[in-house]
Each structure stands twice: as C-alpha cells, then as structure tokens.
Design a protein around this ligand. Structure first.
Ligand SMILES: C[S@@+](CC[C@H](N)C(=O)[O-])C[C@H]1O[C@@H](n2cnc3c(N)ncnc32)[C@H](O)[C@@H]1O
Length: 263
C-alpha cells in the first residue's frame, strides 16, 4: 500500500520537484507514495477567487482565509478515508511547530498518510488551525515565504525511510542521525586528487578494518561537530570498542594526525 500525501497548497506545480525528480521521483513512479494536491483557490466562494484578506487589528501583510482551506482539508480527508485511512492527520508546516528531526521523520513515515497544509503570506487564520490541525512542524528556526519548501523537505525525508525507496536499504541506515552519529567521510576515484590521497585503509579491501575506520570517523566527527549528539549517544551507552576508537581519534587530533590518511 502506498503512503498517501495530500497537500493543501496555492502552488501545486512546485511539488513536481518531489514527484518527478531523483530518489523521490523514482519512489513515486514505483507507487511507494502517492501525492495529491488541493488548491484552496478552487474552493473559494467569492467572485475574485481571493484566498486572503487583511489582518484584524491592522498591521502588514495578509492572512489566509479559513473557509477555502477548511473545504480543501475536508476534501483531502474524504479522499484519504476513501483510500482506507480511518483517521487522517493534518500537519501544518509552520516556523512555530515542533522542529523536524530524524526521530520525528521515522515516526511520521510509519503513518498510512498525512495531509500537509502549506501557509503563505503572514500565515493562516488561527481558527482554521484550532479546528483542523493535529500537529505543527517546523524545518528550523528561520522563516521562509511559504510552507511548500518545508513540506517538500518533510516529504523527501519521510520517503527515504519507506521500504523500497533506496536501492540499497543499508544506505539509509548509514546516514547521519540514524545511529545517533554523523555519517563518515566518503571518497571515490581517483585515488589521488589535487595531491590529496584517499585514506589507505579504504583501498586495503580489509572489510573489518574499513568498518572500524568508518565507525571511528563517525564518532570523531560527531565529537567535533555535534557534541550534543555525542553526549546523547554516550548517555544511551556506547561499547568499549567505541570508547577506545573515540579516545584514539581524540588523541590523533591532539597530535595533529588524520587517522588513516597517507602522508
Ligand atoms: C512568511 S511565513 C509566515 C510566518 C509567520 N508570520 C510567523 O512569523 O510565524 C508563511 C508560511 O511559510 C511557512 N513557513 C515559514 N517558515 C517555516 C518554517 N521554518 N518551517 C515550516 N514552515 C515555515 C508556513 O506555512 C507559514 O505559514
């Protein structure tokens, strides 16, 4: 059964970026997910088909009207119910929402479907949010002009977690955050590029040593770049081997060495 995305958006054509290109385009072709868009403009009841109005209380910008959004959401919910989803969930992409991270992506990708609400202008009439939104999701502490890009970030990250999306299922497991660490560095041909050599161990064909080096690089990078993540990982418990690899990495940094790199 494919994952059902229904997206409420004033710019449906923007979603070709996820339905027609790259990994997500392929997943869409293979029916791993289905994406249906609903344009609130099609649900307006005024002759100019306006979807926004000025804010009560004054101030700059416009606010999205509740009625066209409500009618679009009801249509999306009915479609999802028709597709066998008994309790469709509505997520509003908003800078005020819960910040998206790997755990939330995994949790959401286990649902049968999701209705994504994309705001524009200054935002959406609060009464629509109170009546219909089950969760608010932010892609970070900054403001972008509309919910579409945020929705596409969410869709892409969720689709990567769905079985069958990635050719090699192990590649998702190796990604940053999955094991609580950042990914190790990657190299490809040639073995020497602009006088920089590929770490020798990667050319050795010795898989145990390669895995050990990669784990050490993941631990080391997380220590250098995301000490908050490493602290969490350590609190959850790391093995003696991981402790040793991390210690070795730290010492090599103090000594100014880059582990496994040819000089
Ligand atoms: C210009 S923003 C409105 C921002 C709003 N006035 C505020 O400060 O909270 C328009 C729309 O972009 C989307 N948006 C902006 N920043 C976002 C973020 N960090 N994460 C998710 N959606 C965002 C939301 O859908 C929002 O309704």
């Amino acid at each position: 059964m494919s994952f059902e995305f229904d997206v409420i958006t004033l710019f449906p054509e923007m979603f070709h970026a996820v339905t027609q290109h790259g990994v997500t385009g392929k997943a869409n072709n293979h029916s791993i997910f289905q994406l249906t868009t609903w344009n609130p403009r099609e649900f307006t009841k005024n002759k100019h088909r306006t979807v926004d109005d000025s804010p009560y209380g004054g101030g700059p910008g416009m606010v999205m009207l509740a009625q066209p959004l409500e009618d679009a959401i009801v249509s999306a919910k009915n479609r999802q119910i028709g597709a066998g989803i008994s309790a469709p969930q509505v997520a509003y992409l908003s800078p005020q929402g819960q910040q998206l991270d790997h755990n939330l992506v995994v949790q959401l990708s286990k649902l049968p479907g999701l209705i994504l609400l994309c705001g524009r202008y200054e935002g959406i009439d609060e009464r629509l949010i109170t009546r219909h939104v089950d969760m608010e999701i932010s892609i970070g502490d900054y403001v972008i002009s509309g919910g579409e890009l945020a929705a596409m970030v969410l869709i892409d990250s969720m689709v990567r977690q769905m079985p069958g999306t990635l050719g090699d299922p192990d590649s998702a497991d190796q990604d940053s955050f999955v094991s609580g660490l950042l990914d190790f560095p990657h190299y490809t041909r040639p073995t020497v590029y602009q006088e920089c050599k590929v770490p020798e161990v990667l050319l050795s064909g010795h898989h145990a040593n390669i895995n050990r080096w990669r784990l050490q690089q993941s631990l080391g990078r997380t220590w250098q770049r995301r000490p908050d993540l490493l602290a969490l990982k350590i609190a959850q418990g790391i093995s003696k081997e991981e402790e040793k690899l991390l210690e070795e990495f730290k010492q090599s940094c103090t000594a100014g060495l880059k582990l496994g790199t040819r000089k």
